[in-house]
Design a protein around this ligand. Structure first.
Ligand code: CU
Length: 314
């Protein structure tokens, strides 16, 4: 259920959030109370039995069975409660409901891509219907990442060479932050996305529109859109200044220096190759960090990006 925000937690946005918060609050308050009792009695006894005057004698009592039982049994019960609450919530998090909608999540340096059952795709924006269980089948193309949506109280490592999964159900329409929670290189902190929860009807419309995106659009306009939605913008500026990668402004038709001292001419084929096989020609002064977009872009998307870069004159 939705829970309200506290100083520790953002507002909950999934059906599991209330339960996770309950475990969190229980552990927090139980440890706070135990901590207070221990520290205050310590201070109290230090003061009460401090050495006074020259006699310097303290009590000869060094053992109390009753007390020992109390301070063993009570914490054991407190820990057992925390374990059962936590284990219960853990089981719910990892046993996926049978009718869950499945989305394939791919993590790579440094963005998220999503593939939906009907062939739609998106980057850095996971779109889901409200009130439906959504299963995420996740893998990484390179290093370990971690899928973290604080509002949903879910976090799961995303690994290369094997699948991991998690599920959630968002009861209400809204937008939630998505972060990578496993340090994955220089741009880790910018591996940020959104989870957009739509009413089921709007979600279905979105799916349909997304699988035919850009059909009525000019190549240049589609390219401008993809430049943002396919995350080129995180590494490439269009204002002439270098970022993690070279700016796109005015590069078309000009020679470019490559690592190793050779030169290339930036033409249509060079751009195409840079997008699909980025490690082939690495621009001098930059690192070989660009991910390949092989399989992530349709043929027309590549045409569109080429047209867009071409249009960015000096
Ligand atoms: Cu990451």
């Amino acid at each position: 259920m939705d829970t309200t925000a506290s100083i520790f937690m953002p507002p909950g946005g999934s059906t599991i959030a209330g339960e996770i918060d309950a475990v969190f609050n229980y552990i927090l308050y139980a440890s706070t109370i135990v901590f207070a009792i221990v520290v205050f009695s310590m201070i109290f006894f230090i003061a009460k039995y401090r050495r006074r005057g020259k006699a310097g004698l303290t009590s000869s009592m060094d053992h109390n069975i009753g007390l020992e039982i109390i301070w063993t049994v009570i914490p054991t019960i407190l820990v057992a409660i925390a374990f059962f609450m936590g284990f219960n919530a853990y089981l719910k998090l990892f046993v996926v409901p049978k009718d869950a909608l499945e989305v394939k999540v791919t993590a790579q340096k440094w963005f998220w891509s999503f593939e939906y059952p009907e062939g739609a795709t998106s980057i850095n924006e996971l779109v889901v219907p409200s009130g439906k269980a959504v299963k995420l089948l996740m893998s990484s193309k390179d290093v370990i990442h971690s899928f973290f949506v604080p509002d949903f109280r879910i976090k799961q490592d995303v690994l290369p060479n094997r699948y991991s999964m998690i599920w959630f159900e968002a009861p209400n329409v809204g937008e939630h932050n998505l972060f990578c929670a496993e340090y994955c290189g220089t741009k880790h902190s910018e591996m940020i996305g959104k989870v957009k929860v739509l009413p089921e009807r709007e979600y279905n419309d979105w799916l349909e529109a997304n699988s035919t995106v850009g059909e009525g659009m000019s190549l240049e306009d589609l390219g401008a859109k993809l430049y943002v939605s396919r995350a080129c913008v995180t590494c490439h500026n269009i204002d002439g200044k270098a970022g993690n990668g070279p700016s796109f402004r005015g590069i078309f038709g000009e020679p470019v220096k490559l690592v190793g001292g050779s030169q290339a001419m930036v033409d249509e084929n060079y751009i195409r190759k840079s997008i699909l096989v980025p490690q082939a020609d690495v621009v001098a002064g930059y690192q070989n960090i660009m991910p390949t977009y092989q399989g992530l872009l349709k043929e027309r998307d590549v045409d569109a990006l080429v047209a867009y870069i071409k249009s960015l004159k000096k």
